[in-house]
Design a binder for this molecule. Structure first.
Ligand code: MN
Length: 290
């Protein structure tokens, strides 16, 4: 087994708003050698770093919009989001929860701050990730996995440190999210001084985002809060050492290695399929959501 080498460490870019409820730093795709091909199977990573929203009687968020050809994964660290979609899915994503929505053949949804959170205001911190689907699965039916924090399998490293396994596997502990291609999605919650070892196949696209605290990777490279570290697609093993109490989102996925044609909310394999997606949306084929 060889050590995974570090390709780059990226600071958060200037935030922008998605709708009026999500103040995000975009990490993927970026000009910093992290385009959709390089990050395959991960298409987009938007990160709402911890931000205090003042109380509001009108819930902030994003109104009805389509997605097709991939999955959206929302990981809530602070605050609560209410979600509704045209397949009848919906619910509240609370602190520590994960929502895994398969848009696949096409869906409409809306995402707003949950009403009581909105009225009271508070800290809001969330990751939204888009995960691509293989061509053969882009036509499958939409679905929705609501994964509550207390349902996420946990591997304990010591009394104060644990790995939450959202998807994939860590040391024999398996996540509950069903995925179309092999993906490991872990939340490492580490107390100061803890060293956590990881091992993923060398070909997998592997990166991490520091949500809280600061860490050292492979004993040397320091990664601060809100920074992303991308590994080269070589070697298998790496370590994360918590320099202070830390939360780290660790992601590793097998590249799908198919052509990517992406525009706005649609990610297909060819330009013709993109045109068709816009056509279908305009004809109301994604269902209805007001
Ligand atoms: Mn959306």
């Amino acid at each position: 087994m060889a050590t995974k080498q570090i390709e780059l460490i990226m600071a958060p870019r200037e935030p922008h708003y998605v709708g009026d409820g999500f103040r995000v730093h975009n990490f993927i795709p970026s000009g910093y050698r992290m385009d959709m091909q390089r990050m395959d199977p991960f298409l987009i990573l938007d990160y709402n770093s911890k931000f205090h929203f003042e109380p509001s009687d009108i819930a902030r968020g994003v109104g009805s919009h389509p997605h097709k050809g991939f999955e959206t994964v929302t990981i809530a660290y602070k605050g609560r989001v209410a979600h509704t979609d045209s397949s009848g899915g919906g619910g509240v994503i609370g602190e520590g929860d994960v929502q895994w929505m398969t848009a696949a053949s096409g869906i409409l949804h809306k995402e707003f701050h949950e009403e009581s959170f909105s009225k009271k205001g508070g800290d809001f911190q969330m990751v939204q990730l888009w995960v691509n689907l293989p061509a053969k699965d882009k036509k499958s039916n939409p679905k929705y996995q609501a994964i509550k924090n207390n349902e996420i399998p946990v591997f304990s490293l010591n009394d104060q440190s644990k790995i939450e396994v959202i998807a994939g596997e860590y040391n024999g502990t398996n996540g509950k999210a069903s995925t179309f291609t092999p993906i490991n999605m872990l939340n490492a919650k580490l107390s100061k001084g803890t060293v956590a070892p990881f091992s993923f196949p060398s070909a997998f696209t592997t990166f991490l985002l520091v949500i809280e605290g600061s860490i050292k990777v492979n004993g040397a490279s320091e990664v601060k809060t809100d920074h992303l570290l991308l590994f080269e697609n070589n070697g298998e093993e790496f370590t994360i050492e918590a320099e202070e109490d830390a939360i780290v989102l660790v992601l590793s996925g097998e590249p799908i290695n198919e052509p990517i044609a992406a525009h706005g909310p649609f990610v297909m394999n060819t330009y013709e399929e993109l045109i068709e997606a816009f056509d279908d949306f305009n004809k109301g084929k994604f269902g209805y959501l007001d």
